[in-house]
Design a binder for this molecule. Structure first.
Ligand code: ZN
Length: 246
């Protein structure tokens, strides 16, 4: 019999699953607020219409479902067969009739949720490989999806804001982005200060030093800037160019 509740007993993982379900509901609500004609409108991502973005988020759910199936079965099923195949799939998805595009979005999200729900504790720790070539435990797929649905809801460009994204998602994202800059050595001595955050100390390669460009604002504004989506809401450093993240 198929379980109707999550098989995992890991409380932290359960909290992440709750968060991703909220994020999925938020994303889908923003999609459903769009008329069919509005699907042709622009997103915050250069060159992508909302059709491209919705297709991408749908196919991303399918790709993550493949990773979770891999963890459950031991049969290697990569996210995408190649970067070119991933892009071709998005280009194709963007041409689907509105009903089919909406169906892809809904159906792919449900399938991923069912796969997660029915994954027992041991399989969550099984290692899989992401499209970027990182080897991660299957539970990382929950964070990967959290990032996708919350950020892309903002990218959909119909009213969602970074301030709508839960603090824990924003804080983790900011650490991930600044860690990526540090690993690549692309951070030019930045000092990143988050107003009103007791958990985040000064971040960036210049943290704790007296010199170096300062970027300061509330958490939502700083993450918006750090993720390459504009610094206009910062209180300081709006003209500082954010290093590339992905
Ligand atoms: Zn994405």
């Amino acid at each position: 019999m198929v379980a109707r509740h999550d098989l995992t007993t890991d409380e932290e993982l359960k909290a992440q699953l709750l968060l991703v379900r909220r994020g999925t509901a938020f994303w889908s609500r923003k999609v459903n607020e769009l008329t069919d004609d509005e699907l042709d409108g622009p997103t915050l991502l250069p060159g992508w219409t909302r059709r491209h973005l919705i297709a991408h988020v749908g196919y991303n759910a399918r790709a993550l479902t493949r990773l979770v199936q891999w963890a459950n079965t031991g049969v290697e099923t990569p996210m995408y067969s190649s970067p070119a195949a991933r892009n071709a799939e998005i280009a194709y998805g963007a041409t689907l009739p509105p009903r089919a595009l909406r169906h892809l979005n809904d159906h792919a999200a449900v399938s991923l949720n069912v796969e997660w729900r029915d994954t027992p504790d041991p399989a969550w720790a099984h290692e899989v490989r992401t499209a970027q070539g990182r080897t991660v435990p299957a539970m990382e797929t929950v964070w990967m999806r959290n990032r996708e649905v919350w950020l892309h809801a903002v990218d959909l460009n119909n009213g969602a804001r970074f301030a709508d994204v839960p603090t824990e998602v924003l804080a983790r994202l900011l650490r991930e982005i600044t860690n990526a800059w540090a690993a690549r050595g692309t951070d030019p001595g930045l000092r990143i200060q988050v107003d009103g955050s007791p958990v985040l100390d000064e971040l960036g390669a210049g943290a704790g030093r007296e010199c170096g460009p300062v970027v300061r604002g509330d958490l939502a504004a700083v993450v918006q800037w750090a993720s390459g989506r504009g610094g206009h809401r910062l209180r300081e450093g709006a003209d500082v160019l954010a290093p590339r993240w992905l």
